[in-house]
Design a protein around this ligand. Structure first.
Ligand code: GFB
Length: 326
């Protein structure tokens, strides 16, 4: 992917990951990016996807499109999470094979690992135990996508790479309190409580689970590094992408409260699920491949909070304070 005029399709360019990928590719001088909104191309429809690939004939593909959400969305919309994600992956991978795509990068998630796998999570632990029930549908779809890439490579000689990022955050994240992940939810909860001068903020679970957070621009950087310098045969089935450091949700809450400037109390709603007790990736393989995360957690949260405040100002100006932004 060293030719800056190579035609690159970013599937999911309006989401957290796809938008970061587009920013980073443009920054690096790639000038032939192809994108489609959901209204223009429904990736769950096979005929539409095949017609799009036939017409555009991309040389490289970033498969960043997915139905995603936090712990509550995952356990509420189970059928949509498994169906949409399997269909999107199967359609794009099959169309990429048919149209002779030179290289594809498939984005998974650290929730593919068993709930009680040893920590840090090594790539070898895939399918070594039972999954976390709150996100089993999503995880099964993501495991199917890894296996599609692997077996297309083995049978058809394609060059489809899979990467498993840890929990991600950054600009363009979903800040809807019902469906978002923990980090954007906490930014919004503490920000709103500060603005509305509330004495307390209610968070979910016990605060004891441990999570690892990666700033999304760092993920984009890792993906481009892999696409430029490695092939599927160098990577084997997939490679983890993370920082190699985790913190408890309680520590995360205290950090975000201090960045936002919320001084009230934190109350834990123990009726809400905790999910997996710990999710920390072993990042020794990606580190050996010459990549390390650059953005510290505090710095990444400061940048994301800045983006959130600016986007709030923008949507207020348009009379849509809590509008979805994707
Ligand atoms: O980020 P999150 O929704 O998902 O939640 P997972 C992480 C932890 O934060 C859980 C707690 O222990 C939550 O109970 N938490 C506390 C909150 N307050 C809140 C809140 O206000 N909102 C949210 N959302 N959480 C997801 C998977 O798991 O991780 C997906 O469901 C995906 O499949 C994603 O893999 C990366 O980290 O538990």
């Amino acid at each position: 992917m060293n030719n800056k005029l190579a035609k690159i399709f970013i599937a999911g360019h309006r989401g957290l990951v796809g938008s970061a990928m587009q920013r980073k590719l443009e920054e690096k001088g790639y000038r032939n990016l192809v994108v489609r909104s959901h209204a223009e191309l429904d990736l769950t429809r096979q005929e539409a996807v095949e017609a799009f690939f036939d017409k555009e004939r991309p040389e490289y593909v970033f498969l960043a499109a997915a139905r995603v959400g936090g712990i509550l969305a995952n356990s509420t919309y189970k059928a949509e999470f498994i169906y949409d994600n399997i269909m999107i992956a199967a359609n794009i991978i099959q169309a990429s094979y048919q149209c002779g795509v030179k290289k594809l990068l498939n984005l998974g998630s650290s929730c593919i690992y068993p709930k009680y796998a040893p920590q840090p999570l090594k790539e070898d632990y895939l399918l070594s135990g039972k999954l976390e029930p709150t996100n089993e549908p999503y995880a099964i779809a993501k495991i199917a996508a890894i296996k599609l890439c692997r077996y297309y490579n083995e049978q058809y000689g394609t060059n489809f790479i899979s990467v498993m990022p840890t929990n991600l955050f950054g600009p363009n994240d979903n800040f809807d309190l019902e469906t978002s992940h923990v980090l954007p939810a906490l930014i919004r909860k503490f920000h709103d409580a500060k603005v509305e001068e509330k004495a307390q903020v209610v968070l979910w679970g016990t605060g004891t689970p441990r999570r690892e957070f990666l700033y999304v621009d760092d993920l984009a950087d890792a993906c481009i590094h892999l696409m430029q310098n490695f092939d599927a045969r160098d990577i084997e089935e997939f490679v983890n992408i993370g920082t190699g450091e985790d913190i408890t949700i309680k520590e995360l809450a205290e950090l975000i409260a201090s960045i936002v400037g919320f001084k009230g109390d934190i109350v834990w709603d123990r009726d809400k699920p905790d999910g997996t007790p710990q999710k920390l990736l072993d990042v020794s393989r990606i580190n050996k491949m010459g990549w390390k995360a650059k953005t510290g957690l505090k710095q990444g949260i400061i940048q994301t909070y800045q983006w959130y405040k600016e986007s709030q100002e923008g949507s207020k100006a348009h009379g849509d304070r809590h509008g979805k932004r994707d």
